[in-house]
Design a protein around this ligand. Structure first.
Ligand code: SF4
Length: 340
């Protein structure tokens, strides 16, 4: 049973005006219901780092999208995966765990970045570019649909994008869908030609350097951790550029006491709850898609085992090949069991 006072003491650290004692009493009741349903349905609940903080309380695993999907593949006893994130992430979980029921509690939880790369448009672009660059390689960020992953030579994450592109034999790479991550990779590997897709994540694109300068003036000792989906003029101000999971590990292990995690606000919430002895300042934006998952729609989803993610086998297989390639190019000795 969840203790409403304990929940209140934790969540008030995130937002005291929203997480009142009364709200936390209701939250505790819903969390109890989710725990019962998870047991009844043999379900595992995965929460992306950008989710609402109350969801972290009932998550079996918290992390970035690929890490969560791979983790799900390792949980042999689970028959159901509840993916608290957005559509492409739940698809990736289905790619890795084809025999499990994968639920996305709100099917409207899409991603405007993944939506910029429609698979038909990507296929046309690849055909067009291969006329000029016969040896064109295609690398897609994990924030893409399974259909786009199936068209790519390799998937990458924000933490291994440079390593993947460097390891591929091709001199010219179509990198999609995030133009900011493409530029970051291109700056690190000037010897290759990187052709960026025209897409970006609005959450990161709208973060501006002025806000970081202002925060630094007020807190000169803080470490500035920036996600590579941010604009160039923001990335330049970073003490470290890393994925969300990288930020969590860094904040936990660093001797620094103050941090600014420049990404979606959910990560600052997570850090505030998990690393209470350190201080996290906020220059962040909220992703409207990530916040579409609520305790209420998790309960409904578990009760009805809907909405379920379905993939045709050809797409699933192509996407799996492309994810497997990423492991071969980077840490082949650590290919997760679920992909072996
Ligand atoms: S934060 Fe950006 S990339 Fe992530 S789900 Fe939201 S819109 Fe998509």
């Amino acid at each position: 049973m969840f203790d409403p006072t304990e929940i209140f003491n934790k969540l008030k650290l995130v937002d005291q005006s929203f997480y009142t004692q009364e709200v936390c009493r209701e939250i505790a009741g819903k969390l109890d219901r989710i725990v019962d349903l998870k047991k009844e349905k043999k379900a595992v609940l995965l929460a992306h780092n950008y989710q609402r903080p109350e969801i972290f309380e009932v998550a079996d695993y918290t992390g970035d999208s690929l890490g969560l999907s791979l983790q799900a593949g390792e949980v042999k006893s689970a028959e159901v995966i509840v993916f608290c994130g957005v559509h492409f992430m739940a698809e990736t979980a289905k790619v890795v765990s084809p025999d499990k029921i994968v639920l996305l509690p709100n099917i409207q939880a899409g991603c405007s970045l993944a939506d910029t790369a429609d698979s038909d448009d990507v296929a046309d672009k690849i055909d067009e570019l291969r006329i000029k660059y016969p040896d064109l390689g295609v690398v897609c960020y994990v924030n893409t649909t399974a259909a786009v992953k199936a068209l790519s030579d390799s998937v990458c994450t924000s933490s291994n994008a440079v390593e993947v592109v460097r390891a591929l034999p091709n001199d010219t790479i179509l990198f999609l869908p995030d133009e900011n991550l493409a530029r970051y990779v291109s700056n690190q590997i000037p010897e290759k030609e990187i052709i960026p897709w025209k897409g970006n994540c609005y959450v990161h694109q709208e973060l501006e350097p002025e806000s970081i300068h202002k925060a630094r003036e007020q807190h000169p000792d803080m470490q500035v951790l920036v996600h590579p989906e941010c604009r160039d003029d923001v990335v330049e101000l970073a003490d470290a550029v890393m994925s969300t999971s990288g930020m969590v590990t860094f904040a936990q292990n660093s001797s620094a006491k103050e941090f600014l995690a420049v990404t979606e606000c959910g990560l600052s919430d997570l850090l505030t709850i998990q690393v209470q002895e350190k201080q996290f300042y906020r220059v962040c934006n909220v992703c409207r898609y990530m916040k579409m998952i609520t305790l209420d729609n998790i309960i409904t989803s578990l009760e009805n085992l809907k909405p379920e993610i379905q993939l045709d086998e050809e797409t699933r297989h192509g996407a799996e090949r492309s994810i497997r390639k990423m492991f071969e190019l980077t840490t082949s000795d650590k290919v997760p069991v679920s992909l072996c």
